[in-house]
Design a protein around this ligand. Structure first.
Ligand SMILES: NC(=O)N[C@H]1NC(=O)NC1=O
Length: 188
């Protein structure tokens, strides 16, 4: 294992679920602490629910923990996310996961027109909802992200809070799949 930015461990190989279940909580939090961006408290809490029968069971435990939070807690999770394509992307202050996801969607290589449109819409969104726009960057390209950011600015706050949390769960699923072997298809 190697220690990455933010002090999180990044195993070189994916683990199977029994290896995950055998982890003491310190290692579990070090490895999985950022599956929900900057919310290691979620990881630390779900450790109590092990053993997990499968990767999907671990994912479901995280999802249920999030769903049980009050609306303020869900907004708190959204507020832990960095703005997409913000100046931080070049400044190196993002978590490794977030930087890689944004780069994969092409957000590190926007034209200046795209960058200022994105910045302007991010401000508009945050002024309206008081939390940042969150979308699973790995499932979208930059054109799609800009379009959705613009469209979602017109939503109601409760709908947008729920939508942001859905996106957090998609980001979480992809981050987990990078760390744990996916369940064998013949077991599903
Ligand atoms: N604001 C926002 O959506 N941030 C995130 N999206 C994503 O895929 N990774 C992130 O950090």
């Amino acid at each position: 294992m190697s220690v990455g930015v933010q002090g999180l461990y990044h195993p070189h190989t994916t683990m199977d679920i029994s290896a995950v279940n055998a982890l003491p909580y310190e290692d579990f939090v070090n490895i999985f602490g950022n599956v929900v961006e900057k919310c290691p408290i979620i990881t630390a809490a779900v450790w109590s629910m092990r053993p997990f029968a499968s990767l999907s069971a671990l994912e479901a435990a995280i999802s249920e923990f999030i769903d049980a939070l009050p609306e303020s807690g869900k907004e708190g999770i959204l507020r832990c996310h960095p703005d997409l394509a913000s100046r931080d992307l070049h400044g190196g202050t993002l978590t490794r996961e977030s930087r890689e996801e944004q780069a994969r969607a092409g957000l590190d290589a926007l034209s200046s027109a795209e960058a200022s449109r994105m910045a302007q819409l991010n401000v508009e969104y945050k002024e309206r909802f008081k939390f940042p726009f969150v979308i699973c960057a790995r499932m979208n390209d930059k054109a799609n992200i800009l379009r959705q950011l613009s469209e979602r600015c017109g939503n109601e706050r409760a709908a947008e809070r729920a939508r942001g949390i859905e996106e957090v769960k998609k980001i979480c699923r992809l981050r987990l799949q990078g760390l744990v072997l996916t369940d064998a298809p013949n077991k599903l």
